[in-house]
Design a protein around this ligand. Structure first.
Ligand code: HPA
Ligand code: ZN
Length: 396
């Protein structure tokens, strides 16, 4: 697994389920097989789990099994930090970890609730120090996402965390920005950034963060709200979101993941959000469901995350997703923090198909919804929806 140094060459041995991303001399290689790489300018840029193809129910024109084309609208780039990457970055930046065995780190990812996850998640982020770290992390995710069918990614990032760790904001934007550009060019994946405010740092800190990010205004398309939910209602962030609206930024917020439906009402009424992240608990309020349905406000639901953080019943077959769709809600499926919750978007689709017995038509609706709810221009949405239709025809 770990690179072995062989004289002047490095060779990387990969598990079958790992994709190694190696960049050198302007080329980008990714493969699920063992590969040897020569030259000192070549380096590993990321390790991301690769889904075995047999789980996919549709094919391409040549009959090769392929994942559903989809948009990922709820993924925290920091939550894609695979354990191998974490260890490599910790060694490189001289940051202490509880163990340097990637398998042991991954085995510890068992959570009682949102807060117990956030504690591990934010502690791990101390390993991200340099522009290169942010670049490699994001490019690794984009490579894995593209292999899993993602055509469009609207990715959250948490600059307050990195600034509090002593990382200059310039390094965060430069690393993420160059990865997005490289992903577009070499993988053909469309991606943009949504800057999240950490709700437990409060409203004043959010406003300060937005002001500090305005010199980089062209590098992100919207603002979001994440971290500890209960006790930090959307109303605390009314002013920051009003500032974001003036700047022409899109607005989304985590709401109704752990907290009650009043948080979703506040996100709609006070923050004027265009999408609600998670929003599962909206199902407890019929008037709220009607409002979300009538205004076509998308919910970015993350089934594997809900199971891992116990914000849904323990068995995926009891997940509220089918009821949310039956209620006429514009529901999408995303991974949230794939490293910690056991899978990327295609893994979520495969799990829904297996455990909830979703038909190809229902999966196509989710894929359609993902493009519909994205912040892409209408012409792009139409092109990608047509791709879903073609996939559906081949998957029957
Ligand atoms: N909820 C809130 N904050 C987060 C999450 C989440 O699911 N993932 C990463 N930060
Ligand atoms: Zn989230």
């Amino acid at each position: 697994m770990r690179p072995r140094v062989l004289g002047g060459e490095q060779s990387f041995e990969c598990r079958e389920r790992l994709v190694a991303v190696v960049r050198g001399g302007g080329e980008l290689h990714h493969t699920g097989e063992a590969l040897g790489v020569a030259g000192s300018d070549r380096r590993e840029v990321g390790w991301h789990l690769l889904q075995p193809r047999r789980l996919y129910s549709g094919t391409n024109e040549e009959g090769v099994a392929m994942p559903w084309p989809a948009a990922e609208l709820h993924v925290h780039i920091e939550g894609t930090i695979e354990s191998e990457f974490l260890v490599a970055a910790a060694r490189r930046n001289d940051v202490a970890l509880p163990t340097y065995d990637p398998a042991e780190l991954t085995a510890r990812y068992v959570f009682a609730d949102l807060q117990s996850f956030l504690d591990v998640h934010y502690s791990n982020l101390a390993v991200l120090r340099t522009e290169r770290d942010f670049h490699d992390l994001a490019l690794g995710y984009l490579t894995r996402a593209a292999a899993g069918g993602v055509r469009r990614a609207e990715m959250f990032f948490d600059p307050q965390t990195h600034i509090n760790n002593g990382v200059p904001i310039e390094a965060v934007f430069a690393g993420l920005g160059s990865a997005l550009a490289e992903g577009r060019e070499t993988l053909g994946i469309s991606a943009d950034l949504i800057m999240c405010f950490l709700r437990d740092l409060g409203g004043d800190a959010a406003e300060e963060m937005l002001r500090a990010a305005l010199p980089f205004r062209e590098q992100f398309i919207g603002v979001g709200l994440d971290s500890t939910e209960i006790g930090y209602p959307p109303s605390l962030f009314t002013k920051a979101y009003a500032m974001a609206e003036v700047e022409g930024l899109h607005r989304v917020a985590h709401a109704g993941e752990e907290a009650d439906p009043s948080y979703v009402w506040e996100a709609l009424d006070l923050l004027k959000v265009e999408r609600v992240d998670h929003g599962n608990r909206a199902m407890e309020d019929v008037d709220l469901v009607a409002r979300l349905r009538d205004e076509r406000i998308a919910l970015t639901v993350c089934p594997l995350s809900n199971i891992a953080l116990k914000t849904a019943p323990p068995a995926l077959r009891d997940h509220p997703l089918p009821r949310m769709m039956e209620a006429g809600l514009l529901v999408t499926v995303s991974s949230d923090d794939p490293t910690y919750f056991g899978g990327y978007v295609d893994d979520n689709f495969a799990a829904i198909e297996a455990e909830l017995g979703f038909s190809q038509q229902q999966l196509a609706t989710l894929a359609h919804n993902s493009f519909e709810a994205s912040f892409l221009p209408e012409t792009e949405k139409a092109r990608l929806r047509a791709e879903v239709d073609a996939y559906l025809v081949r998957s029957r």
